[in-house]
Design a protein around this ligand. Sequence first.
Ligand code: PMP
Length: 359
Amino acid sequence: MTIYNFSAGPAILPQEVLQKAQASLLNYEDSGMSIMELSHRSSLFLDVINQAEQLLRDLMKIPENYRVLFMQGGASLQFSMIPLNFAQHKKALYVHTGAWAKKAIQAAQMVPNVEVEVIATGEATNFTAIPTIPEEAFDQEAAYIHITTNETIGGVAFQTIPDTKTIPLIADMSSNILSNDYQVEDFAMIYAGAQKNIGPAGLTVVIIREDFLNDTPIFSPMLDYAVQAKNESMYNTPPTFAIYMAGLVFEWLKEQGGVPAILKKNQEKANVLYDALEASNLFSSPVDPASRSLTNIPFVTGDDAIDKLFVKEATAAGFENLKGHRSVGGMRASLYNAFPLEGVQALVEFMHTFEQKQG
Ligand code: PMP
């Protein structure tokens, strides 16, 4: 039976990448050592991390005045590090688009000496649409504006990036980095947990404009972006295997034609599912069409018992991890870069058969 993995993360990785990694597990490039056994200071590993960075720079067209950091602690640690590094005795502006934005806001509120202001919220639509930011909310004195480009649970995504003028824009891009063709220049900082579009869990990618790096020391070197940048992501031992895997995924993505080509494929995949939801009398999308995510697509029948039955039957048929997030229920299909079009087509066919059985 073919298994299609719809997990929101850790998520599906390209088969070719896994095969290459398998070969490196015992003997990396004839070194007689596993990729996991290499010292992070060895020239073999330095080549790995440098190549991974270069590939990411090429894929995202990252300008030279931006640094790429390979960090740990997940996107969740960034939620605390950002206000700690950039908003001491300042105002930090947040756009509340759903569950992940909320976590970022809550973490910022816990950092001393930071004044957190939510400048737009999707609450009125129950977070089924990206809210518009009122023009007067752009306080030019603010330390930054934080957005979540794609809400992994709610399935809403920014279609265009707001123009914040001179206020630095920071984006949690965890669930659509390298899926959408956002322009790095529009942001002072981008961060993403790796476990969706980049590689295995344990790595967080940070892209940060040099002039935005903090110039006053933070009480902990590990939590200080300037220290991390100065030490080329090696203040401590970096997650070497995850960085190696990220490099392989970047290489794979380049072979696919890069971000513009994968974006086209992602649009095609998402359209197959959204079209099926529009045509269905049983399943529907709770998300405003103008805010729909390409990578995380929640859908519901409106009846919990039928949702549960659908997930059970789908799982038995090889459609794994379709259950919606525990906080919202229903179903969710995550269609990251490595997810194949055939998988979405098969799902849509299965949904159709299920609907007919329901009568
Ligand atoms: N932000 C978004 C948009 C996410 O989807 C996630 C994880 N699902 C996180 C932040 C948290 O990431 P991590 O688990 O790597 O801390």
